[in-house]
Ligand binder design. Structure first.
Ligand SMILES: *[C@@H]1O[C@H](CO)[C@@H](O)[C@H](O)[C@H]1NC(C)=O
Length: 391
């Protein structure tokens, strides 16, 4: 066979096509990898199995050598959303569904058309009391202002009896502190937890337990940090590895590094040198971080004024330390506040600053908003005029 009348260009095109056909058989479909998809939330718990309540992250972990284009989420074959970015998940609100069994399915598609799916049957049970419609319940709420003029919100999360069972750390964002959109499950036991974190443990010999408490998502020194408590297993510090709020994150100092053996930690930088970091935790304990922000250093200053949920912010040349305190008069779970000139104090002028404020964390200063409500039943509230309040 010959091509007597072909120009050089045409001839070389044919040669290339023939060479290509010989190399890749069959020519169509082209070779393409297949993603691997694993369900990371919901998860099977040893005591209640695949039962879910209220709102829960429906999230998967996807791995592939090709770029992932999207993950589409289905409930009983009906699409409920598509996620184009990491972390791969949506918030699934079961509150208006009939109770009973549903089949979840997530389909991941890569850039060359390869796809894979994972499915799982789950049982929807009645949402627990105090649940709210938009995005589920959040306790120990923490709001931070990101570099993109966007507020980010984290907390002890979920309607699935969050104090004992939750999927990890969820993140929401907002530009007006009123309407929030779901960013995703940015740290999960199933995807990110080390074996000792992932293993279920007993709470006071009564309940099986696997929950993150009081994750505080923060933006400091051009990066995102998250302090989180695993109750009796101690608290760790996550540091973002990508500069993006969605992560992924790694434990500062290495996988086994416990930052402190208590709960409710939050970081704050020195107002005069932002590279100097401090940690406050539980009922008003303050300690300096080392230069690498991977361990505490020096002695702990203890204010011993409240119950838990410590956080510190700087405003108008003063440090303000808030602890959540059960007020003996009135029974309110409030934000109790003291004022100091230096990060470790001494803090004085303690007073009930946000009645019913409980364990919250202000995003910037008094001028912003806070989650405020009854004991552990926080709803968002503004603090108008607090910036001009005489303290
Ligand atoms: C922890 O921080 C110190 C600096 O304070 C640094 O020398 C050390 O390498 C860090 N450790 C890890 C594991 O990153």
């Amino acid at each position: 066979m010959s091509f007597p009348k072909l120009s050089f260009f045409q001839h070389s095109t044919w040669t290339l096509l023939l060479a290509h056909a010989a190399r890749t058989t069959p020519l169509i479909p082209r070779e393409c990898s297949t993603p691997t998809v694993a369900l990371i939330s919901p998860y099977e718990s040893p005591d209640i199995g695949w039962t879910v309540r209220g709102s829960i992250a429906f999230a998967v972990d996807v791995k592939d050598i090709a770029a992932i284009q999207q993950v589409e989420f289905f409930v009983d074959d009906e699409s409920i959303g598509t996620d184009l970015d990491y972390p791969r998940g949506i918030l699934w609100n079961t509150r208006n569904l009939d109770l009973g069994s549903y089949t979840l399915r997530a389909v991941a598609t890569n850039a060359c058309g390869g796809y894979a799916a994972v499915s799982q049957d789950v049982t929807v049970a009645a949402a627990l009391a105090k649940a709210e419609a938009n995005g589920g319940s959040i306790y120990d709420t923490s709001i931070t202002l990101g570099p993109d003029d966007t507020y980010y919100l984290s907390g002890t999360g979920g309607d699935n009896d969050a104090w004992f069972h939750n999927e990890g750390i969820n993140l929401w964002k907002s530009t007006n502190l009123k309407t929030w959109s779901y960013v995703g499950l940015i740290w999960s036991f199933e995807r990110d937890g080390y074996p000792d974190e992932k293993a279920w443990w007993w709470y006071k010999d009564v309940r099986l337990f696997r929950a993150v408490w009081a994750p505080e998502f923060q933006y400091i020194n051009n990066n995102f940090y998250i302090t989180y408590s695993l109750q009796s297993k101690g608290s760790k510090l996550l540091k973002c590895t990508t500069g993006k709020p969605e992560g992924p994150y790694e434990i500062s100092g290495g996988k086994d590094v416990i930052l402190f053996n208590n709960i409710d930690g939050g970081l704050f930088p020195s107002a005069t040198d932002s590279r100097s970091g401090y940690l406050c935790y539980e009922n008003g304990n303050i300690v300096k971080l080392n230069q690498g922000w991977n361990a505490t250093t020096g002695t702990v200053t203890r204010t011993n004024v409240g119950d838990e949920g410590c956080f510190v912010f700087h405003w108008n040349n003063k440090y303000y330390l808030s602890v959540a305190k059960f007020m003996t008069v009135g029974g309110r779970y409030s934000s109790y506040l003291g004022i100091a000139d230096y990060p470790t104090g001494p803090y004085s002028q303690f007073h009930e600053a946000i009645p019913c404020g409980g364990h919250n964390k202000l995003p910037t200063s008094w001028t912003s908003a806070v989650y405020c409500g009854e004991r552990f039943g926080e709803t968002i509230g503004q603090l108008p005029g607090e910036s001009s309040r005489q303290l």
